[in-house]
Design a protein. Structure first.
Length: 92
């Protein structure tokens, strides 16, 4: 009789631990996505230059700024760009 109760206890502990672990796989995706915002960079969190999350006011401002930069004309470099041949030795 002692052996059966011990086996029953082992089975119950295994069932309880497996059901507790299976709950970890079903974490809400919004909760899982937002955790990275609070983790320091040295611990694997978001880098400081990461864009803001979609759906926030900062994201809308960020997208407007990107669109404004995209529509700006490209800055002109030198009036006389160096020729492609300058400084290159012929290849034989």
């Amino acid at each position: 009789m002692h052996l059966r109760s011990r086996h029953l206890l082992i089975v119950m502990v295994a069932a309880l631990s497996s059901s507790a672990l299976s709950g970890c796989g079903t974490i809400n995706e919004k909760l899982a996505a937002g955790v990275g915002d609070y983790v320091p960079q040295w611990l694997g969190g978001l880098p400081p230059d990461a864009p803001p999350r979609p759906g926030t006011a900062k994201y809308d401002e960020y997208m407007k700024e990107r669109e404004r930069q995209r529509l700006e004309p490209a800055a002109k470099s030198d009036a006389n760009p160096p020729s492609a041949q300058a400084g290159l030795a012929p290849v034989h």
